[in-house]
Ligand binder design. Sequence first.
Ligand SMILES: [Fe+2]
Ligand SMILES: [Fe+2]
Length: 273
Amino acid sequence: MNTATATEPNQWLAEEDERTAFRDYSTPEIERVRQFYRTNHIHQTYDFVLQKKKQWLAFNQRTMTPWAALDYLNTLVDESDPDINLPQISHLLQTAEAIRADGHPDWFVLTGFIHDLGKVLCLFGEPQWSVVGDTFPVGCRHSDKIVFPEFFALNPDHSNPQYDTPCGVYTAGCGLGNIHMSWGHDEYLYHLLKDCLPEPALYMIRYHSFYAWHREGQYTQLTDATDRANLHWVQKFNPYDLYSKNPNPPVLSELKPYYEDLMAKYLPAELQL
Ligand SMILES: [Fe+2]
Ligand SMILES: [Fe+2]
């Protein structure tokens, strides 16, 4: 699958020299984010993930149109995000418009528009520490390249010898699809849409918060050839997700017909959440 290369500046993306201001966890007001990751890292255990998969992958909550689910996201403020407190739908629209401005295929644009839709789990009462934030494998040793790694000392799995090796309960090279990730909106949305979108789109959705892999190069002992072939797609997606948090976003009402058509092309009319 070919995607166009941008030649003009993309109005929806921050310039290179502005990008160090994003994902900066060192400012004093970031205590909220620290506390978020403390809770996340303590409670995201192997057993917790299995329990959450059983609970949420039954998809027995309710039926909603994709638009209704997106509308709900506007009520959510992501506690893990150190950047702009922008309504979720504005973030999704900016991500998608930045992808579209670079001439990428329509499924890539749609992926940008829906990649955080799994945050509807918060609507169903799931706490944010189990929905948003960076993700990481459970059942094996925690990488020290994960954000706030010091908090893993408080995770019960940390002192379990079964998990405290590079591969833990998994086999080397087994592939990311065969390991359990910390529970969150990425994994949930992947399972919801796994029959609707091309493989690179599913990788973007499933692993966009797995910074320890796509940015830090960790956990390669567990990846397989398919993961390695798709890593560049996840990396290609990341700047659109991260740097398109512009306080003056595109106007949804003007763009709604385009995105309605795109959703109708790939997604079911109703999602069984
Ligand atoms: Fe996300
Ligand atoms: Fe996002």
